[in-house]
Design a protein around this ligand. Structure first.
Ligand SMILES: Cc1cc2nc3c(=O)[nH]c(=O)nc-3n(C[C@H](O)[C@H](O)[C@H](O)COP(=O)(O)O)c2cc1C
Length: 342
């Protein structure tokens, strides 16, 4: 899409945009209406660590829980959907990264199993839009840019999640941070906008809603919860991390934000020295799965612990219900203190 078109959308958006959420009631906004949830908070879909148990806890707490199907076989995804359906009548989502060659197959199986809310990411949703778009389904796409948001809206998605560079997991080579990204996307599209990347408390949610978002997606924060199936070492690493303890690895491959450990340091060093893709793949190795090593085995030095810069804000491992209650209270307090300033 040409830049001129982006500018045109931006200009139109800028006129209509009047920070609709700032100071308002966190509940009952248009994202809540669209998804049928109580709080405009999405528990992010995350490979290896967000199965039906975490999604269930988040949905039961009034947020939108998400099953991260990216690391699941089609059968496992269907099983997770069925278990969530049996355990709750509340809405939940299924996250399908488009870089999966069989993304459409996962989508079809999830639909067949009765999933209603789909979150696509890491690629163009075009190939899945005709399949998923049914009157009673909702499709949300994750974007790293204004251009991506405009394109997704034009393709017919119901909402976008704009994810900044602070986020844990795969990152966009654009490297745009959440603070400048959210208002630009909010100015550019009419559909609801969810902010992601770097948000771990109610202050962060208030901040992105002041920037024009209709809600927030949190990933890293939800890993450090009682219901998350991640290994205890993963949760402890996040709790122990400080503001500077994550890094980006694999800029030449598929960039990933992880907690800096021995494996990540080797990657960083090699990348500083200009390692080739082949050399980087050699460091990653094919002998074992570093995501599994982190998430399920808790291999502190050799696992790939995907986590965001918000790790520094995470200081405990509450239940999901405690966390969601706290996020709402913190949001109210943040908005209240801003009102006093005004
Ligand atoms: C362990 C981990 C795995 C992730 N896997 C996925 C995924 O499969 N699909 C996806 O769309 N995003 C994935 N993400 C990104 C999250 O959905 C979310 O947007 C991000 O975590 C938000 O930033 P935060 O970590 O600062 O909260 C992952 C993030 C983490 C931390």
């Amino acid at each position: 899409m040409k830049l001129a078109v982006v500018r045109q959308y931006r200009a139109a958006g800028a006129k209509k945009y009047q920070s609709p959420n700032m100071g308002g009631d966190m509940k009952n906004n248009r994202l809540c209406g669209l998804l049928g949830i109580e709080h405009p908070i999405i528990q992010a879909g995350m490979v290896w660590v967000s199965d039906w148990r975490l999604a269930l806890a988040a949905s039961e707490a009034g947020a939108l829980g998400t099953i991260g199907a990216g690391s699941m076989t089609v059968e496992q995804a269907v099983e997770n959907i069925r278990k969530a359906q049996e355990a709750t009548a509340k809405p939940f989502a299924v996250n399908i990264p488009m870089l999966r060659p069989d993304a459409a197959q996962v989508g079809a199986a999830a639909m067949e199993a009765g999933a209603k809310i789909f979150i696509t990411s890491a690629g163009n949703p075009a190939k899945i839009v005709p399949l998923i778009k049914r009157p009673d389904n909702i499709l949300i796409h994750v974007v790293p840019s204004v251009k991506g948001a405009i394109k997704a809206e034009a393709e017919g998605v119901d909402a976008v999640i704009c994810e900044g560079y602070e986020a844990g997991g795969h990152n966009s080579p654009f490297e745009t941070a959440t603070l400048p990204l959210v208002p630009q996307v909010a100015d550019a599209v009419k559909i609801p906008v969810v902010a992601a990347g770097g948000i771990a408390d109610g202050r962060g949610i208030a901040a992105v809603m002041a920037l024009g978002a209709d809600g927030a997606q949190l990933g890293t924060r939800f890993i450090a919860t009682a219901e998350c199936p991640a290994h205890e070492n993963y949760k402890k690493l996040i709790v122990d991390s400080l503001d500077f303890d994550t890094c980006i690895i694999g800029r030449k491959l598929n960039m990933l934000r992880v907690i800096r450990n021995e494996f990540a340091k080797r990657m960083e060093e090699a990348e500083k020295k200009g390692a080739t893709e082949e050399e980087l793949f050699k460091i990653i190795g094919s002998e074992f799965n570093r995501n599994r090593a982190a998430s399920w085995e808790g291999d502190i030095e050799e696992g790939a612990f995907q986590a965001g810069q918000s790790s520094g804000l995470v200081r405990d491992v509450p239940t999901v219900a405690e966390l969601v209650g706290r996020l709402v209270a913190e949001y109210d307090a943040a908005v209240g203190s801003l009102k006093k300033m005004g």
